[in-house]
Design a binder for this molecule. Structure first.
Ligand SMILES: CC(C)(COP(=O)(O)OP(=O)(O)OC[C@H]1O[C@@H](n2cnc3c(N)ncnc32)[C@H](O)[C@@H]1OP(=O)(O)O)[C@@H](O)C(=O)NCCC(=O)NCCSC(=O)CCCC(=O)O
Ligand SMILES: Cc1cc2nc3c(=O)[nH]c(=O)nc-3n(C[C@H](O)[C@H](O)[C@H](O)COP(=O)(O)OP(=O)(O)OC[C@H]3O[C@@H](n4cnc5c(N)ncnc54)[C@H](O)[C@@H]3O)c2cc1C
Length: 664
């Protein structure tokens, strides 16, 4: 009897269908753009140098065989994933000359995306938190030793803070570091089961050092959480006596990273292993406090800022995939006709599809761009703090980084999910890249400060400002100046074509101000009959709403301001519409806040809705070109659906062919 043709034969037959050249629909979309792509890309990346560097780094990675993947990573088991990521990591760090390693915001993350993909790996925490901790918390005169060892990978570290029992509430961490003045050592200990460290990346198998957050005890007194440099494994990589360490098992995503657990049994480290840049323990046990109580949390502030940019780029990439796919989705499976007899349409032409895609695309621009200038703010603040001269900016930076982190990671995760749904069934396949993107992004809602906890930190800052404004003697940080402006009674928003940036900003500021003061009044009323913490808890939902609105207002203002800097008129026109779409979509989603007390009339709200529909139609012809303006290569995107050439179906067949189930 004749044997059925194997899956491989079948695939081979279909492979002949692979189109030569780009999908014609996507080509047509590109030809119809109203702006010059290069000009727009230069705007998005701030200058042509950054754009050129992206290309150079891509060419470098593509020309080095050690970065190749012999088997597609989607088809690997966890051990193989970890092996792959480790192999890639080594190749990556062996070739660091290819990038400017100090460019944490652009070159370093791009290089990692190109070499490894969207996976945290055994060195993620080493570079992402251990090195920054050394940089931020080591005294200048001592920094060279540990920094060079860590930078040269002589030691591999992680950041071990979270415990089984406590993650958000740092003041209740249970691991202890007790100073023994007789031996001039700290004794690191895990006194209870819930004190075991749990989650640190790279801890399970890879790291031999950790920056450990522990409660400091000296001269019999508790001094709160402090950071210590602790060796965990010996030269043969075995755990040192007094250290129990291992992997915590598989997670929703990031499974190439060996997140681990860590238990100490009266483990001794030298006194100098405390990070003593800000607070100190002298040899006799005398404690010198830091100039600001929260300076010990400085590395987290820096990493939150880094996360914002990284996460926003994920949303940008997800939008690129969904928009390109929506432009080519019609040749094999048509979804219906808009005008009968005129032939079926690309799914990109459905208004509902545009509503799914374009607000997400808009959302991906402001935060990524804003982060470039936040980078300089954080450098400025770090410099001020390093000089021990100025601590005034610290609360502002903490509030801003916490708020942006919380709002952006949430919007990115929700946005990726929305974009995944917009691709129908194929969005559910890992070939699309959405599942991996979502798993990566949604982790960011929890780590580096759980989002609600971070929003409540912003709310503390806002309530403090509200109190100052009410007292009539405010000394306000730049981002909070609008809170002291006089009340506005009615909204200025009108048609998207006629309303100015100032009108939009006016309305956002007014609504946020009302929300902040309404919450402040509720809080102070409750405080008359409740303990402070109970009152805070009772209105914490409103506190979070005010915090979110404050961050969104900040993002709207900055998006509009950034668009004004665009020198190319055609690019500026499109970006301006996108910025207005972003603002109108936020108003539409937060209609309740805007319409409260009749601030925004029903007529104005209808204009906002209508404006959104009209803007979707206006941006539609430019949507593929706007996606291209992210200048993301196929290697970086790692999505069969989002391929630049639009040849999705043959590529899906090719991808599936690699499944181990098809090998026999
Ligand atoms: C929530 C807080 C901020 C609360 O701080 P607290 O000292 O415990 O509470 P409190 O005594 O009520 O103090 C609040 C006060 O401390 C201030 N503050 C707090 N943090 C900072 C800062 N960084 N800079 C400047 N100021 C700061 C706040 O503004 C408050 O000030 P205020 O009292 O209102 O004037 C803190 O516990 C915290 O940061 N928790 C989150 C823990 C976290 O982020 N863990 C990250 C672990 S590492 C990780 O997840 C790595 C993943 C990386 C990866 O996989 O890529
Ligand atoms: C992928 C991943 C990687 C990680 N990597 C590391 C790492 O490398 N190093 C490390 O030290 N940690 C790491 N973590 C741990 C992470 O930092 C913590 O999970 C995070 O800080 C949240 O703490 P938690 O898990 O204790 O949550 P919890 O604080 O227990 O939060 C649970 C719920 O309680 C709520 N809640 C908590 N406190 C308050 C409050 N005061 N008011 C209102 N609501 C509150 C939260 O909003 C949330 O809904 C990682 C976590 C993940 C998921």
């Amino acid at each position: 009897m004749e044997r059925d043709s194997s899956p491989s034969d079948q695939f081979h037959r279909y492979k002949n269908l692979i189109q030569n050249g780009d999908n014609p629909d996507i080509t047509k979309e590109r030809q119809g753009a109203s702006f010059n792509l290069y000009n727009m890309q230069c705007f998005v990346y701030e200058n042509d140098h950054k754009l050129q560097r992206r290309q150079e780094i891509l060419e470098f990675v593509e020309s080095h065989r050690e970065f190749d993947d012999p088997v597609h990573p989607h088809f690997l088991n966890r051990d193989e994933q970890i092996d792959r990521a480790t192999r890639k990591c080594l190749a990556m760090v062996d070739n660091l000359d290819a990038i400017d390693v100090t460019d944490y915001f652009d070159e370093a993350p791009l290089y990692q995306l190109l070499t490894i993909g969207r996976e945290l790996h055994c060195l993620s925490l080493h570079y992402g938190m251990f090195l920054p901790t050394i940089q931020v918390h080591t005294e200048k005169s001592l920094i060279l030793g540990p920094f060079q060892m860590a930078a040269s990978k002589a030691i591999l570290g992680t950041f071990a803070q979270t415990e089984l029992g406590h993650g958000s509430n740092l003041s209740k961490l249970e691991t202890t570091a007790t100073y023994d003045a007789t031996t001039k050592e700290f004794v690191i200990h895990t006194p209870t089961m819930s004190a075991g460290k749990w989650w640190p990346g790279g801890l399970g198998k890879s790291a031999n050092y950790a920056a450990v957050m522990a409660q400091l005890y000296t001269s019999g007194e508790s001094k709160g959480p402090h950071l210590f440099m602790v060796q965990l494994r010996d030269n043969a990589h075995a755990p040192l006596p007094g250290v129990t360490v291992g992997d915590i098992g598989p997670k929703l995503g990031n499974n190439a990273n060996d997140n681990g657990f860590l238990i100490f049994d009266h483990y001794r480290i030298p006194r100098r292993n405390m990070f003593m840049k800000y607070s100190k323990v002298e040899a006799d046990g005398t404690y010198i406090p830091p100039p600001h109580a929260k300076l010990g949390f400085g590395a987290m502030v820096l990493v939150r800022l880094l996360m914002i940019r990284d996460q926003t780029c994920q949303l940008g990439a997800a939008a690129v995939i969904a928009i390109r796919y929506s432009a080519v989705r019609h040749s094999a499976v048509r979804q219906g006709e808009i005008n009968e007899g005129e032939g079926e349409v690309q799914i990109l032409d459905y208004r509902t599809q545009q509503y799914r895609l374009l607000p997400q695309l808009a959302r991906s621009f402001p935060s990524s761009q804003r982060m470039r200038s936040r980078n300089s703010t954080s450098k400025y603040v770090t410099k001020q703090i390093n000089n021990n001269a100025n601590m005034e900016l610290l609360p502002e930076l903490h509030a801003l980084s916490s708020g942006l982190k919380a709002v952006i990671t949430w919007e990115v995760a929700q946005g990726i999910e929305q974009l995944r749904l917009s691709c129908g069934g194929h969005g559910y396949s890992r070939a699309s890249a959405f599942p991996d993107m979502y798993a990566y992004a949604v982790g960011g809602c929890t780590y580096e400060g759980e989002n609600i906890v971070m929003l409540l930190q912003v709310a503390r800052f806002l309530m403090m400002i509200a109190k100052e404004v009410r007292s009539g003697n405010p000394k306000l940080a730049e981002i909070a100046e609008y809170i002291a402006k006089p009340d506005a009674v009615t909204a200025r928003i009108s048609s998207w074509k006629t309303c100015s940036d100032e009108d939009i900003i006016h309305d956002f500021e007014a609504v946020t101000r009302k929300l902040i003061f309404a919450t402040f009044d509720r809080l102070t009323t409750l405080e008359r009959t409740m303990k402070k913490k109970e009152a805070w808890n009772a209105c914490s939902i409103d506190l979070c709403k005010a915090a979110r609105m404050h961050v969104k207002t900040y993002l709207v203002k900055n998006f509009l301001a950034r668009v004004r800097t665009c020198e190319d008129p055609a690019s500026r026109t499109v970006m301006h519409t996108l910025a207005k779409l972003y603002a109108f979509d936020l108003i539409s989603g937060g209609g309740g806040h805007f319409m409260k007390g009749g601030f925004l009339s029903e007529k104005q709200f209808n204009e906002v809705q209508l404006g959104i529909y009209e803007m979707l139609a206006a941006i539609r012809p430019d949507s593929v070109a706007l996606a291209d303006s992210w200048a993301i290569s196929d290697l970086e995107l790692r999505s069969v659906l989002g391929r630049r050439d639009g040849n999705v179906y043959p590529a899906l067949l090719e991808w599936a062919q690699q499944s181990p189930l098809n090998q026999n």
